[in-house]
Design a protein around this ligand. Structure first.
Ligand code: GTP
Ligand code: MG
Length: 245
């Protein structure tokens, strides 16, 4: 990319950092890379796209809040324990495009990456994961693009979660935009395992031994068993929530 780099104002730097607060953008570093030039030259376009993803996250979060309120009335408990959202950081966006050997441009960011906007929904019980997913997918402005059920079919390492890629419209002053959002739904036990497993992989260049992989898999199996035992207890204590509807 041989584009002339424009100068970035302090104000622009503050605004780009706003949507990526955890990963402070090092503009000195970026200035020396193709990625840096790309972002600098298309700064406004890029910031606008990111703000659309932010809006899509807000739309889905509202839908989840509404469902939680409704179910808390009909079931006397909250099926959603917590919701965490994030926008993919600038370095991760470009690292992923690079990994897939895709040219770094706005079209590829929007068309090829499905997880710029990410929402994680932590539910109480396994049934709740499916209850919330179904209720969300039934809504007529939500379109399911891809579904991966790692609960019914866990990954070989033991990872469990229900992954949905959906599109949701956002309504701007002059136009309607369809944005993609990645939603990961899991129970507290699944989240416990996934969060710790993720932390264990944090140290780069460290390969897990087969024994360690086996140990992690056993922990995942224990967490799956914990879920089924809690599900069974819930059924005894409350009856199946579904029967009440
Ligand atoms: P990515 O290129 O990472 O997005 O993978 P993918 O396109 O094959 O999607 P997949 O649905 O398999 O995984 C997407 C996301 O799920 C990851 O970015 C993680 O947040 C989470 N995830 C998937 N596998 C694991 C895992 O083994 N451990 C943990 N902790 N998280 C995982
Ligand atoms: Mg991802």
């Amino acid at each position: 990319m041989n584009e002339k780099v424009k100068t970035i104002t302090e104000e622009e730097i503050t605004s780009i950092q706003e949507y990526s607060p955890k990963h402070e953008v090092d503009f000195q570093l970026l200035a020396n890379s193709d990625t840096g030039m790309y972002v600098k030259n298309r700064f406004l376009e890029f910031s606008r796209l990111m703000s659309y993803y932010k809006c899509a996250i807000m739309e889905i979060e509202t839908k989840l809040n509404v469902l939680n309120v409704e179910y808390s009335l009909s079931m006397d408990r909250n099926p959603i324990n917590s919701v965490k959202s994030r926008l993919k950081s600038l370095p991760s966006i470009f690292e992923k495009l690079e990994r897939r050997e895709l040219p770094q441009n706005m079209e590829n960011i929007e068309n090829e990456l499905n997880d710029i906007a990410g929402i994680r929904v932590i539910c109480a019980f396994t049934d709740d994961v499916y209850l919330i997913a179904e209720a969300l997918l039934k809504q007529d402005d939500i379109v399911l693009i891809e579904k991966k059920d790692y609960i019914k079919n866990p990954k070989p390492n033991g990872y469990r979660s229900l992954h949905l890629i959906v599109s949701v419209p956002i309504f701007l002053a002059q136009e309607k935009r369809i944005m993609k959002v990645e939603i990961q739904l899991r129970t507290i036990a699944m989240d416990f395992w996934a969060s710790l497993e993720h932390q264990l992989h944090y140290k780069k260049n460290f390969e897990f031994t087969d024994d360690m992989k086996q140990e992690l898999l056993e922990c995942a199996t224990m967490s799956a068993e914990l879920d089924s035992r809690m599900d069974a207890l819930r059924d005894k204590a409350l009856g199946s929530d579904r029967e009440k509807h």
